[in-house]
Write a protein that binds this ligand. Structure first.
Ligand SMILES: *Cc1c(COP(=O)(O)O)cnc(C)c1O
Length: 339
């Protein structure tokens, strides 16, 4: 008899989006002539940057030719993309990474969801609240979240409130946490953390031997030059943090699928016996075993984001979404809502 992973059975259904759909349908019936702008579930609406399209077309042609065809690529990603990532996203901000510290993937959802593979099942988990649901649900699936309590919270998860009372800035908890998820700029609140605020978290992690899982999927939307784009802009972060990035919100890759994860060489976690193990080694092993790399075409498309044309096209698209955000904010404020 095959037994199921019963942790999956603990997951409650997600009613949020079906509730929204019901409300929208009711509104449609009672207001048949009104146009509806759906702001409930996010996806990009603009097509891929032209530079990416051209690079991907070219890559398809290469695969069509016997002399330039490529099969399996490196599980960690092609050097051309890893080098472009290091040069443009890190070296430009004074962060030095070696190519073996960057793992190209099919997106940040997979990596933030799978990272728990290399961590023991009984680590305590901390999240800012509200959060992107993948962080909690993936821990529930591996039995790390504990049991669901009546208030809808998990017994082994520390929730760090982000509310209008604290201006959506999380406060350092008074207990220690083994694994902490931070997402900045934040989904869903849109908040960013200043260098000072982020430094508090890195110092907390270093003092408590906490592993920070830093999701920077919205990095490209940062407007204020004083806001850190990477957690590695904070001293000591390479010793305590993994960073996740995605091309989805940056360049409309939600359907194409590409992101990357940085696991610094100096980052370690402990065995029960107290030995320190480099997480880079474990993540590399995990990826080589369970992942066969992001497609060549996709990685050529992602590389093109870093060309001068690609950068200009990405900026134009992000400016467009930022303008939408402004319209939404002003519209809601005009209706008397606090947003
Ligand atoms: C969209 C999103 C992701 C997932 O991005 P993909 O690369 O498309 O998987 C990860 N984290 C946050 C916070 C997101 O909003």
């Amino acid at each position: 008899m095959a037994l199921v992973n019963e942790h999956y059975l603990k997951l409650p259904g997600s009613y949020l989006f079906s509730d929204i759909a019901k409300k929208v349908n009711t509104f449609k019936i009672t207001h048949p002539k009104q146009d509806i702008i759906r702001m409930g579930i996010g996806d990009v609406t603009r097509p891929l940057p032209k530079a990416c399209i051209e690079a991907m077309h070219k890559a398809v042609e290469e695969l069509a030719n016997k002399n330039t065809f490529r099969g399996y690529g490196p599980e960690q990603g092609y050097d051309f993309l890893i080098e472009a990532i290091i040069k443009n996203d890190y070296a430009s901000r004074g962060i030095h990474l070696s190519p073996t510290e960057v793992f190209v993937s099919d997106g940040a959802k997979s990596d933030t969801g799978n990272i728990g593979d290399i961590l023991r099942h009984d680590n305590s988990v901390g999240v800012t609240d509200p959060i992107y649901p993948v962080y909690i649900d993936s821990n529930v699936m591996s039995g790390r979240a504990g049991t669901l309590e009546e208030n809808g919270k998990w017994s082994n998860v520390v929730y760090i409130p982000c509310t209008s009372e604290n201006d959506f800035i999380p406060q350092i908890p008074d207990k220690r946490i083994d694994v902490l998820y931070l997402c900045y700029p934040n989904n869903p609140t849109g908040t960013t953390l200043s260098k000072e605020e982020l430094k508090k978290w890195v110092n907390y992690a270093l003092a408590n031997d906490t592993l920070i899982l830093f999701d920077a999927a919205y990095e490209a939307y940062i407007q204020n030059p004083d806001i850190p784009h990477s957690i590695y802009e904070i001293k000591g972060a390479k010793k305590c943090a993994i960073e996740f990035r995605s091309f989805s919100k940056t360049a409309g890759f939600t359907g194409v699928r590409c992101g990357y994860t940085v696991v610094p060489k100096e980052l370690t976690a402990a065995t029960l016996a107290g030995d320190r193990i480099p997480l880079n080694r474990l993540w590399n092993r995990r990826q080589c075993t369970k992942f066969n790399g992001t497609s060549y075409i996709t990685q050529r498309g992602a590389e093109a984001i870093y060309s001068p044309e690609g950068k200009a096209q990405v900026k134009e698209t992000i400016d467009y979404y930022m303008e939408n955000a402004k319209i939404m904010r002003e519209g809601h404020e005009a209706k008397g809502m606090k947003v």
